[in-house]
Design a protein around this ligand. Structure first.
Ligand code: NAD
Length: 358
């Protein structure tokens, strides 16, 4: 019987346990998307994770959607990430970079020359983002042209190569939570009539082409994909999530990837419905790599998911944010620090590097 605290193999990488750190947006990078030294402390404090997945990181200036999120497209950003990766490796950790393009979830004030955000279709989200002056409704997007899609794919390739240059152990493609790739996948946001829209096989094409770009820099086992089949965050919807995501997983199977990472909850912290869990269990049967689940797990539920084979690993978000030594605490059944939502997004060391280990 498998345990959450048992090693697992990700290609040539041995993960010492199956407690992953979920990607967590913290909005503490500099306005130019360059991380400070504090981020190296934050991530290296959490190096006991089986695998750290970094906060979502924009692949290009057009991929940015929130204030003070990090990027992986400038030499300064790459250098800052190299410093973080070295710190994590210095503490015997393993770390994947999450590659992010926000698509329509952005604001003209965040984009080059006040450009409008890009999306599969020109459908504005009923959603908010954070800009220099505070919260603001997202801007009206424009539909990507065929050339725009090609440029975006080239941005993914460059960013994947930059992640390699920064020394990461691998990358996770962010295809969840209502950002660009998810906007292509789901019917509520994709009304295209070209080969990227319509049937599920067409809606998954953009993700497949992103994967192909990333595989030019990385071995398949060093690549994960994160999806949120039933998530409604960022005004997302789909006519048939079972079909959309079955086709998605089947398509991804062809690439020999390391893992798929499934957000099982509609909203963080609210737990998963029976339907969410049933869909996830179905996708697990279709998938030929490691299966990582996320969404409201505590220690016992995570242990049960691995023991019963429902998952190979469990990603913890808020719990890891507040407990730098989470794997040890879960194994001991020790008390956990409570996460403080007022310090999740933006700010300084308080609520970032200040949570104590046991
Ligand atoms: P929330 O509404 O407080 O935050 C949603 C988003 O707003 C976050 O992406 C965050 O970057 C931004 N934000 C909020 N307050 C901010 C502030 N003061 N300064 C800068 N940015 C700020 O809701 P939540 O409960 O934290 O998250 C809701 C859902 O969104 C969850 O399902 C969560 O998992 C998901 N989420 C996704 C991402 C991502 O995919 N990159 C990031 C954060 C949260």
């Amino acid at each position: 019987m498998k345990s959450l605290f048992e090693p697992v193999q990700l290609g040539s990488l041995t993960l010492p346990n199956r407690v992953f750190m979920a990607p967590l947006t913290r909005n503490r990078a500099n306005p130019d998307g360059v991380h400070s030294e504090l981020a190296a402390t934050y991530y290296s404090q959490r190096a006991s994770a089986g695998l750290i997945v970094t906060e979502a990181t924009q692949i290009s200036p057009m991929g940015k959607g929130y204030v003070n999120t990090p990027g992986i497209h400038s030499p300064q950003q790459i250098r800052a990430w190299r410093n973080i990766v070295d710190a994590v490796h210095g503490h015997n950790g393993r770390i994947f970079l999450q590659l992010w393009h926000v698509g329509r979830i952005s604001h003209t004030s965040l984009l080059p020359n006040h450009a409008h955000p890009v999306a599969p279709s020109a459908i504005r989200a009923n959603s908010h983002t954070s800009i220099a002056t505070g919260r603001a409704p997202v801007s009206q997007p424009v539909a990507l042209t065929a050339d725009g899609i090609k440029e975006t794919l080239a941005d993914y390739q460059r960013a994947a190569g930059n992640a390699k240059e920064a020394g990461f152990d691998g990358v996770e493609i962010h295809a969840a939570n209502g950002y660009l790739i998810d906007q292509f996948l789901r019917t509520g946001t994709n009304r295209r009539t070209d080969e990227y829209g319509g049937a599920a096989a067409n809606r998954v094409r953009f993700l497949a082409e992103v994967v192909e770009q990333v595989l030019r820099a990385w071995d398949g086992k060093r690549v994960g994909v994160r999806i949120s089949p039933t998530g409604d965050f960022n005004d997302m919807s789909d006519d048939n999530p079972l079909e959309t995501f079955s086709v998605t997983v089947a398509r991804l199977n062809g690439y020999g990837l390391g893992y798929v990472h499934v957000v099982e909850t509609a909203q963080n912290g609210k737990g998963s419905s029976e339907e969410d869990l049933a869909l996830s269990a179905h996708l697990r049967t279709l998938w030929n790599g490691l299966y990582v689940v996320n969404g409201g797990y505590d220690g016992p539920r995570g242990e049960e998911a691995v023991r019963t084979g429902r998952a190979d690993a469990v990603a913890y978000g808020r719990a890891f944010l507040a407990n730098p030594d989470l794997p040890r605490r879960l194994q001991l059944g020790a008390a956990l620090n409570e996460p403080d939502p007022t310090t999740f997004y933006g700010g300084d060391a308080a609520g970032y590097t200040s949570y104590p280990a046991l």
